[in-house]
Structures are given as C-alpha cells and as structure tokens.
Design a protein around this ligand. Structure first.
Ligand code: AHR
Length: 502
C-alpha cells in the first residue's frame, strides 16, 4: 500500500475558518421550497407549513448560511409578491424554471425558517429585470427600524423588529445567456456599483457580493471579474464563484475535479488582486463561493418543455458514494483556501442536487454527500492549517498526474483539537496516510468517520434511506507523534484528535 505523507504544524496557519464556509442554498426551483422545506398539510408540517423532518435534517447538516431566493429565479422575481396576506399574493410565471410560482412562500416565511434552523440568511436582489430602487427598497423593508412606508409595511406583515439581514448578493450569474436580463460586464458592473451604493445608504452595515462568472468555462471568464471589479471594488466585500462538476467519461477525472476547483479559486483571487493593484486599494477582496456541488447536467435537461407546472421535479440527482467523496474533496479545497474564501454555499439544500431528499407527503432522507458536509461543518473549527501533502500520483485523462490523496486540517486552540479531512480519490488503490503531528502533543483520536463502499455507485432512497452511512470505527493509529490512517480507494475520512492542554 502506498503512503501519503502529511505534516501538521499549528505554526503554519492559513487564517481563521469563517463559519460561513458551510452555507447552503434555497431557491424557488423545482421542489426545494415546495415539498422540500415547506409543505403545509404534510404530517410533519408545523402550523406555519415548515416540514419538521426537513428542519431537523437541516440542523443536523449544520449549514451556517442559507442563500435565497435564487439562483436564476431571482433575475425576474418581484420580492413584493412574497409579502403580505398569502391569499392576496399573485400567482406568476417563473421564467427561470418555466414553472408556476404561487408565492405562498416568501420573505417572511424564509426568514422565519432561518430563525428556526438557526442559520444566517443571505438574500439576493434582482439585477436582471430590476435595479437600484427595488434593491434599496428591499433593504429598507428588511432592515429599517420603522416610521417609513416600507418598514411599517413589514411591521404590519408581522415583523415589528427589523430582520437585520447582513449578507446580500447583487444579482445572480449576470453573464449567463440563460439569465433573464443578461448583462455585459460593463453594464452589470455599473448597475452593481450603483445598487451597492444605494443599498448601503439604507443600511451601511450590510455586506455585498458582486457576481463573478457563472463558471470557469464562460468565454468571458476572468475579463468579466476584472471589469466588474473595476466598477464595484470600493463598494463590495466579495466576488462570487459558481461551479458544478459531474462524472462523464472518466471516474478518475471526476474524482480529481477538486484540482479544477483549486485552480478556479486561484484564478479568481488573481483577477481580484489585479484590480486591487490597479486601483491601489488597501482592501483585499474575499470570495463568496455561493454555488458549488456535483450536478449531472448532461443526464437531463433542467427545464421542462413549455410545461408550466408548480414545483416540478427538477435536477433531483440521486447521489452515490463516489459523489460524496467528490463533495468531500470540494470541502477540502474550500478549507485549503480559507484565507480567501469566506463564504460558500452548497447548492441546494433540499431535492435540487441536494443533501436532503423528500417525497411530497412522504419521508425525508440523507443523500450520501450529506455526511462529509455535516462532518466538515461540525469539526472544522479554529484556523485552517497549511498542509503539505506528498502522495502517490494518479493519472487522469483530463488533469494529468494528480496527487491521489487530498487533505485539509484545522486546529482549534480553545478546545485543543485537531481535525483532519482526507480523500483518497484513487479509483483503484488503497493508500495509507502518515501524518506527522509531532508539533502537537496529541493524546487520542476521539472521532473518526469514513465513507467508502465496495459499491461506489451505492445510494440512499426513500426505501433504503440508510444504505450509505459513514463508518465510525477508529482505524487510525497514533504513535510517537505519527498518525497512521488507512484510506480505502474512493474514500472520504474525517478525524478529530485531542491534544493535551498546554
Ligand atoms: O443551482 C441551480 C442553478 O444553477 C441556479 O439557479 C443558478 O444560479 C445556477 O446556474
């Protein structure tokens, strides 16, 4: 068995892990909201229509931030449709997903749900078909204490205290030709800058995310970031990134896609730092990676053909063990860039390429990627460490030779605990990780979780909700300052190790 060698030393810190790295996303798309988190009349629904079973799973998942209401949906959304008495709300065509939107779930319902779930809301404003005034109005409605038409309307609608929404996205994927109201980089950059200024005039404490490219394959990628940031740099706090990966011809390529994610992050950092230098700005911009996941886009069309329905089943991928391992590697990539990536949202929370699946009127269950996400959200605390890895190389058709083992580590001084996340992305070979932890007086491995299976295509379903679960046996051995961890082929592992108090 080949060995991967790692060195852990708390002297080499990348910086604090922002808790918002473990975000998720709820879009008015398919069955994410309706039959996902919200289903009045379901046996598990509470008096407001929230599904208690899904809420419990969302809490267990441990997502810290939830982005809402889109996604593509937001680009033609009128936020006022989702406030006020439900019986008076309009039913509309949702142009993004060619669906019927009844607006029985809107702003108050979402923010009420985030309170129950104990997550921070992240709202997107419509910069597709709308602009400066509507965005400023929405901030006023949400955050102004009272005494104006909009803040008083919020109180009348049941929320006397301001919602205090802190995080805002300036539109969504505005470079995409699928977007309602697509813009050029200059059009979007100017609009985003003016919108940001107006939103900040209403509430100077908010944080703002400018749209980066929809993905790295966009023809305009990097030039888009540079132009948008030349207009918006002084007014925004983050630039967004989105990416989705899938297995097409080669399992090895798919399992190595975190290599692409690493490169993508580094490219966006380069574009942001170019603008910083050009503007002689002292400010260093961070990244909001507010959509990432596995998504089998080539397997099915997302859009129903001219079939206007409410909450159709869209992109409900059944994820496998291999997908969970890939998700584990993306979380490692995010942690290894914790110095520049502050916020990240796995897309999406329920049903839409999601860790949580439901049946309308039926049960809810965890998909395999639920587990690496929940473990990272719970165990990645304190600071992310620079973690040099020397691992046997594996050949991939697309990325060439890549290290077969990828890993990240965090160190929490307060609890004196070390968390290590490891993925063996080699489709054919088991490996052993030997982690040099002599820099820490480690006492014991107190938790290990590992996800692997002889059938890497195994999945969970309503009938077999627990077919895939992480194994909890502690197979790692700690001796003489070295931690030895067996890593089966196509596996994800999380470890938590206690150190003696200094
Ligand atoms: O998450 C699904 C969709 O993917 C989002 O609506 C959009 O922003 C992205 O293209």
């Amino acid at each position: 068995m080949a060995q991967a060698r790692l060195v852990v030393d708390p002297a080499f810190s990348l910086g604090a892990v922002d808790r918002r790295l473990f975000g998720s996303f709820v879009e008015h798309m398919g069955r994410c909201v309706y039959e996902g988190i919200f289903e009045p009349g379901h046996p598990e629904a509470d008096e407001r229509g929230y599904r208690r079973d899904v809420l419990a799973l969302a809490r267990e998942l441990g997502a810290t931030v939830i982005r809402y209401p889109g996604g593509n949906f937001v680009s033609s959304y009128r936020w006022e449709d989702g406030i006020g008495p439900v019986s008076e709300r309009p039913t509309r065509l949702d142009l993004a997903w060619r669906s019927i939107e009844p607006n029985t779930f809107g702003l108050h319902e979402f923010l009420g749900w985030t309170e129950l779930a104990e997550v921070e809301p992240m709202l997107a404003v419509n910069l597709g078909t709308r602009g400066v005034q509507d965005a400023a109005d929405l901030v006023e409605y949400c955050n102004h204490p009272g005494g104006t038409v909009l803040s008083d309307r919020r109180a009348k609608n049941g929320a006397v205290d301001p919602f205090g929404v802190h995080l805002w996205c300036l539109g969504n994927e505005m470079d995409g030709d699928w977007q309602v109201g697509q813009k050029t980089a200059t059009e979007y950059g100017r609009l985003a800058a003016e919108t940001a200024k107006a939103m900040r005039l209403v509430d100077p404490s908010i944080e703002l995310v400018a749209c980066g490219s929809s993905n790295r394959e966009q023809r305009t990628f990097a030039a888009w970031e540079a132009t948008v940031l030349e207009h918006t740099y002084p007014f925004v706090d983050y630039i967004s990134m989105h990416t989705y990966y899938e297995e097409t011809d080669s399992l090895a390529d798919f399992l190595a896609t975190a290599v692409d994610m690493d490169g993508f992050i580094e490219d966006v950092v380069a574009a942001a730092d170019y603008v910083r230098a050009k503007l002689r700005s002292p400010k260093q911009l961070k990244i909001s990676f507010d959509e990432w996941n596995v998504w089998y886009q080539t397997r099915h069309h997302a859009l129903p053909e001219r079939d206007w329905r409410h909450a159709p089943s869209l992109i409900e991928d059944d994820f496998t063990v291999a997908d969970a391992v890939a998700v584990g590697s993306y979380l490692i990539s995010l942690l290894n860039h914790a110095d520049r990536v502050a916020i990240a949202c796995q897309a999406q929370l329920a049903n839409i390429i999601a860790p949580i699946r439901t049946l309308g009127g039926g049960p809810a269950w965890r998909q395999p990627p639920f587990y690496p996400f929940a473990a990272a959200a719970r165990l990645a605390r304190g600071v992310a460490l620079r973690l040099p890895v020397q691992a046997p190389a594996m050949e991939t058709p697309k990325f060439g030779a890549v290290p077969s083992v990828t890993s990240a580590a965090t160190w929490d001084e307060q609890s004196r605990s070390l968390s290590i996340f490891l993925v063996n992305r080699d489709p054919d070979n088991d490996h052993i990780a030997e982690v040099d932890v002599r820099a820490l007086a480690l006492r014991e491995v107190w938790e290990q979780q590992a996800l692997f299976d002889p059938d890497i295509r195994a999945t969970n379903s309503a009938h077999q909700p627990d077919r895939v679960r992480p194994r909890g046996e502690i197979t790692a051995r700690l001796q003489d300052g070295r931690l030895t961890v067996p890593l089966p082929a196509v596996s994800w592992t999380a470890l938590s190790v206690n150190a003696a108090t200094s």
